[in-house]
Design a protein around this ligand. Structure first.
Ligand code: 5GP
Ligand code: MN
Length: 342
């Protein structure tokens, strides 16, 4: 297996792990499978090293990730700010997983910034911030969970990874690669998966727990979105879906229900850019996906206050839903050449 992080960096991490007693592992807002899987996998390793560890998310995470061992102990900042702040204030180090700038964790970022504790990054998104004490950033990785696996392997070998930690890591990999349909060109990833399977994970069971666990309302919301709220713009090889709060309420929206909606327009022949706009409490949340060379990271950074990966990014606006969709349609003109030549 190729060593992707240099020995000096790994040695510094090792030294840090030997010197700390308490840690927190924090992941991004609207946590997905990789956010939760990588965080629980890393927390498992810290606990193995006798470091008392708490996983923290800014807001709640989807029901279909709650089967992972340790997920019940995750602390949600918006469900108890004081308690979470107390835990962070007692921690000797802050591990930041699956995000690379503090603005990806909303208000929690402001609190952490004020704490002045060593922050260690483990992440695979573009353009990481420079303020981390140690930075394990590797853009070509399939997922942060893959990086967690590689770091554990480099530090101590993986024979001690137990089944539940292997399941969490596998969940991160399988969700961030869209069930191995993208971001997994490196054959070594499949060696990692094979190793995880040696840890006795039940891959089929995990698949069912993540992907065959929807409510009827969620399925109806998907049907409604595709039937009534999808706009196709063949002249830009683009399609998008938009949903209002009222529509979400009508289908009894739960966190995670719209996960994956953005991928559907992208499976239309000739479409290379897909967007999904959804009304939040005080902002519009946007997901972008693309095929080939078109960079949604650039689009999200330039116009929608966001970022992520080249082919999968997100952003937000403080405009209305209509204004946001209009802005999107307007800026598409700037990218027309790139969209058509893709
Ligand atoms: P999703 O569309 O699934 O929410 O996010 C797609 C990718 O973009 C993920 O890797 C996610 O971390 C990143 N992302 C989502 N929203 C934002 C955002 O507002 N800002 C930045 N920088 N990245 C985002
Ligand atoms: Mn990820």
């Amino acid at each position: 297996m190729t060593q992707i992080f240099d020995r000096t960096l790994l040695d510094k991490l090792n030294a840090l792990l030997k010197s700390i007693k308490k840690a927190v592992v924090i992941t991004h807002v609207n946590p997905d499978g990789d956010a939760i899987g990588s965080s629980l996998g890393w927390a498992y390793y810290l606990c193995k090293n006798n470091i008392e560890t708490t996983v923290i998310t800014p807001n709640r995470f989807p029901e279909f990730l709650k089967w992972m061992e340790g997920s019940n102990d995750i602390k949600v900042y918006y469900d108890g700010r004081k308690q979470v702040e107390q835990i962070i204030s007692e921690a000797d180090a802050i591990f930041c997983l699956d995000f690379n700038t503090l603005n990806r964790i909303d208000d929690l970022g402001k609190y952490i910034e004020s704490m002045n504790k060593p922050m260690i990054l483990i992440d695979h998104h573009l353009e990481p911030a420079s303020y981390f004490y140690l930075s394990f950033s590797y853009i070509p990785a399939s997922s942060t969970a893959e990086l967690v696996y590689r770091i554990i392997m480099e530090l101590s070998g993986t024979k001690n990874i137990d089944t539940s930690a292997a399941e969490a890591i596998y969940a991160g990999i399988v969700t961030d690669t869209g069930m191995f349909s993208h971001s997994c060109a490196n054959p070594e990833l499949f060696i990692i998966v094979a190793n995880l399977m040696e840890c006795n994970i039940d891959k089929d069971k995990i698949h069912t727990l993540i992907y065959d666990n929807f409510t009827v309302d969620r399925m109806m919301l998907l049907g409604y979105s595709l039937n009534e709220r999808m706009v196709v713009l063949p002249e830009y090889r683009t399609a998008y879906i938009y949903l209002t709060c009222v529509e979400l309420d009508k289908y009894k929206f739960q966190p995670g229900d719209t996960e994956g909606f953005v991928n559907y327009p992208l499976s239309i022949k000739n479409i290379v850019l897909s967007a999904f706009f959804v009304e939040g409490v005080n902002h519009i949340k946007i997901s972008f996906r693309s095929r080939g060379e078109f960079s949604v990271n650039k689009l999200a950074r330039e116009h929608f206050n966001g970022g992520g990966h080249k082919n999968a990014s997100g952003g937000r606006t403080l405009l209305t839903l209509n204004e946001t969709v209009k802005l999107f349609e307007t800026v598409l003109e700037n990218y027309k050449d790139e969209l058509l030549e893709n």
